[in-house]
Design a protein around this ligand. Structure first.
Ligand code: HPA
Length: 248
């Protein structure tokens, strides 16, 4: 079963014929909302809005553990997660999509693991390549199939938010090798790995990161909103193309 996690600008999935909604309880508390079960282009999928259906949960307060646990409990095997990013790499201008292949986690104070004291012997889970390559390839094939303009690969820098970054922070992230900055990629990707889910992400660049391009002196809120509206319509087309594919 495929799950789609929608981020900012994607709190609903038009094109999804909804069969039911279900509130799933987890040992980790409440997910961001009820899971939406439906069909996208003939394929059964589960949709979850990461920030809640009313977009009221900020990135640092998302219950990532409950979300991933809830999806896993419903027999989800694959997750495609959508999130907005700020472009750091010169080719990641606003309006472009990206399928990252690496992560640097700058977030803090989030619940980052299902492993808890005394439950099982301690294990260390491999995270060398944080995304599922087969699922990434499906995303890339879908992007090609619909004729999208996208960047393949790149390092996702996950910041704590909800504030945006300073120019110096972005300069430092660029030196670290980050190509994009977002607030929700972690610990979501890692928690999916802990439960053995095949997880890939699609980033939607909605602004130049702080101090870059037209964000030289400030990031324009209305500019971000306009880019988000424009790009999320295209993301829906890409998701429908992914729904048509064989997920390995
Ligand atoms: N910084 C962090 N997260 C983001 C940004 C940004 O500039 N744009 C969209 N998500």
């Amino acid at each position: 079963m495929l799950a789609i996690i929608g981020g900012s600008g994607l709190t609903q999935l038009p094109g999804l014929s909804i069969r039911r909604r279900e509130v799933v309880r987890t040992p980790y508390g409440q997910p961001s909302g009820a899971l939406t079960f439906g069909e996208l282009d003939g394929r059964s999928v589960i949709f979850l809005a990461r920030h809640g259906y009313g977009h009221t949960i900020p990135p640092h307060l998302v219950n990532y553990r409950a979300n991933i646990w809830a999806l896993h409990s419903q027999k989800v095997t694959h997750v495609v997660a959508v999130g907005t990013v700020g472009g750091i790499h010169p080719e990641l201008r606003p309006g472009r999509l990206v399928v990252p292949d690496q992560i640097i986690d700058y977030s803090h104070g989030r619940e980052t693991t299902f492993a808890e004291y005394g439950h099982q012997p301690v294990t260390h889970v491999d995270f060398t390549w944080p995304y599922c390559e087969a699922t990434r390839q499906c995303c890339l094939r879908a992007l090609n199939a619909v004729g999208e303009d996208f960047m393949s690969g790149g390092v996702y820098g996950c910041v704590q938010g909800p504030r945006l970054e300073t120019k110096a922070e972005i300069d430092r992230m660029a030196k670290d090798g980050a190509d994009m900055v977002g607030m929700t990629g972690m610990p979501e990707a890692y928690l999916a790995r802990e439960l053995g889910l095949c997880y890939a992400a699609i980033g939607a660049s909605v602004n130049w990161a702080a101090g870059r391009g037209d964000s030289e002196s400030a990031i324009s809120g209305p500019g971000v909103d306009a880019a988000m509206q424009q790009i999320m319509g295209r993301v829906r087309t890409v998701l429908a193309a992914i729904a048509c594919m064989d997920l390995a």
